[in-house]
Design a protein around this ligand. Structure first.
Ligand code: IPM
Ligand code: MG
Length: 401
């Protein structure tokens, strides 16, 4: 082909992408407000196992949710729905990030607890289809990826609001190989998409009383898209005089997170997708690694809660899946409970997780048969939840006794 033809083909591809983004903007404009769960007669919680260790750890989290919501489930106000088939084998068979029938099932839920799913990449035995995670965030419009990180003894109390549907991820599987020499990817920032995530972060900063927000971009170099994100933050900040805010570039931000003196100053962060992906892994490392963190993906109609670690296929191959640590997905379950209005249950579960995992450690998981199984760990958590002295035990932990 001649250069001219390559350009025409690329233009056509680009035109289609623009049409899709315009359609997405229209949808965002028409969006209703957040679901009020307290007004529902029946709230459906979907449980998606995913790949590798996913079904094992998710099962432990399901038991705990059922334990804490026993009365509501009994009364039919809450329904737990298992959704099978979001496995890499099934996705590969359908050549779809989320097969249609599974997406239809997901859309019947209000909130979803999801185990890790394998993300295909070039060279894998799987077709290089889009990540199920990324697809679910887009399909269900889960625009706010909320990731808390706490290390009380180091004064770290952070919450990340990562934009979850735009940026480098929006068209991550839709780049153009213009010809064999030239590859182009795109990054997308919309006014609507940025507005809603930045607004959510300011709201959180205000409501939580933290009153401190940090916007992270690379607007000095990525001038158009990151520049827009930062401009919108400036605009929204005017509505929140009580929230002290600042803006940082992603490179120096990653450095400041390891500055023991400075990092305690940060409280709430808001940032575009890819920077959020990277910074939240770094942040989780201070807390004990990505395996210890929970993650909420929140939209106006749906919300999905997940562990942020991978599916550890090797543990399954080696017959060790029952020793996989369910802490992260149980943390995600606590976030789910809080999101649907069960604050008391959520905070008891957080406390039990702190006590069992960080403090008393009567049962320790090693990922092998010299440690506890996920089932034993879930039992330990449920025993702890039943203790009328739970709060005292947790306060002793927080006081460093
Ligand atoms: C995360 C993960 C995902 C992401 C992967 C699995 C696609 O790293 O949730 O942070 O990049 O968003
Ligand atoms: Mg990540």
């Amino acid at each position: 082909m001649k250069q001219r033809e390559y350009i025409e083909k690329a233009k056509e591809h680009f035109g289609i992408l623009l049409e899709q983004q315009f359609a997405r903007i229209e949808k965002m404009k028409a969006e209703e407000d957040f679901t009020d769960y307290s007004k529902l007669d029946e709230l459906v919680i979907g449980i998606v196992g995913g790949d590798g260790i996913g079904p094992y750890i998710t099962e432990e989290a399901r038991k705990i949710i059922e334990f804490l919501l026993a009365d509501e489930i009994e009364a039919g106000r809450i329904v737990i729905k298992n959704i099978d088939g979001l496995t890499i084998e099934n996705r590969a068979r359908h050549q779809q990030a989320i097969p249609d029938d599974i997406l239809a099932e997901l859309k019947k839920c209000h909130v979803i607890l999801k185990g890790p799913t394998t993300t295909p990449r070039a060279g894998d035995p799987w077709p290089n289809i889009e990540s199920a995670n990324v697809a679910m965030r887009k399909e269900l419009d889960l625009f706010a990826n909320v990731r808390p990180v706490q290390v009380p003894e180091q004064g770290i109390d952070w919450v990340f609001y990562r934009e979850n549907t735009e940026g480098a991820y929006a068209l991550g599987s839709d780049g153009i190989m213009v010809n064999e020499d030239l590859g182009i990817d795109f990054t997308v920032t919309t006014y609507e998409g940025s507005y809603r995530i930045i607004k959510a972060a300011f709201e959180h900063a205000k409501k939580s009383g933290k009153n401190r927000l940090t916007v992270v971009t690379k607007a000095n170099v990525i001038k158009t898209t990151d520049g827009l994100f930062l401009d919108i933050a400036r605009e929204i900040a005017k509505d929140y005089p009580e929230v002290e805010w600042d803006d940082w570039y992603i490179d120096i931000m990653t450095a400041k997170l390891i500055d023991e003196k400075r990092r305690q100053e940060f409280k709430v962060f808001v940032l575009p997708n890819l920077y959020g992906d990277i910074l939240t892994d770094e942040a989780a490392e201070f807390q004990g690694g990505v395996g210890t963190a929970g993650s909420a993906n929140i939209g106006k109609r749906y919300a999905m809660f997940e562990a942020i670690h991978g599916s550890a296929p090797r543990m399954v191959q080696e017959g060790r899946a029952q020793y996989a640590d369910p802490s992260s997905i149980i943390r995600a379950a606590a976030m789910l409970l809080e999101h649907i209005g069960f604050q008391k249950e959520a905070s008891r579960l957080q406390m039990a997780l702190d006590i069992c995992g960080n403090y008393e450690k009567k049962i320790v998981m090693t990922g092998r048969d010299n440690g506890a199984t996920g089932d034993e760990y879930a039992e330990y958590i449920m025993d702890t939840l039943q203790d009328s002295k739970l709060k005292e035990r947790w306060e002793a932990y927080r006081a460093g006794n």
